[in-house]
Design a protein around this ligand. Structure first.
Ligand code: AR6
Length: 170
């Protein structure tokens, strides 16, 4: 199956590209963003991000992976959860599609995503997981890529097991 859900630290993933849950200013932040900056080399990565300058919510930009195993970092900006009626789902879906299209244009054969928006940005984890899975599945209908969805915290992993069990029981 070309989509795998794994529990890991995304900075350890041996893939062509990893995705960062970034902010629009492309500044080093906390959460997965902080971990990626630290592992890649914060100064160099921030310099590369500064050259790009900005990324819209639901879109993506890319930089070198610097000291990561992954040769590319795709930075995407998820929506901040504001109750669910402010296009959050559409924008989150777009983050995955945009990042996968960027990876395709860079000839990546493998990519790892964190659960975008599900931390500091407050998107409910179970719903964030469903949006991620459906966007990735849609993309894989007509593209070849090995896609990992990396869940980090125990709660997200629990939801992913539940969701996969319910898929299997269908
Ligand atoms: N590997 C994989 N997943 C991780 C890791 C890791 N090392 N560390 C945390 N997570 P968040 P957001 C999970 O807050 O909600 C930043 O400051 C975490 O458990 O990193 O999109 C940015 O600069 C959660 O499920 O991203 C932005 O300002 C998921 O990653 C803002 O936060 C996403 O949590 C973006 O917020």
């Amino acid at each position: 199956m070309p989509l795998e859900i794994v529990r890991n630290d995304i900075t350890k993933m041996d893939v062509d590209a990893i995705v960062n849950a970034a902010n629009s200013e492309l500044h080093m932040g906390g959460g997965v963003c902080g971990a990626i900056f630290r592992a890649a080399g914060a100064l160099e990565l921030q310099e590369a991000c500064n050259e790009i300058g900005h990324c819209e919510v639901g879109e993506s930009v890319w930089t070198d992976g610097f000291q990561l195993q992954a040769k590319t970092i795709i930075h995407t900006v998820g929506p901040i959860w504001r109750g669910g009626s402010h296009d959050e789902e559409k924008l989150l879906h777009s983050c995955y599609v945009h990042s996968l299209e960027t990876a395709t244009s860079l000839n990546c054969e493998s990519i790892a995503f964190p659960l975008i928006s599900s931390g500091v940005y407050g998107y409910p984890k179970e719903q964030a997981l469903q949006v991620a899975i459906s966007a990735i599945h849609e993309f894989l209908m007509d593209h070849e890529m090995l896609v990992y969805l990396v869940v980090f915290d125990k709660q997200s992993f629990g939801f992913s097991e539940k969701l996969f069990n319910s898929i299997h029981q269908y």
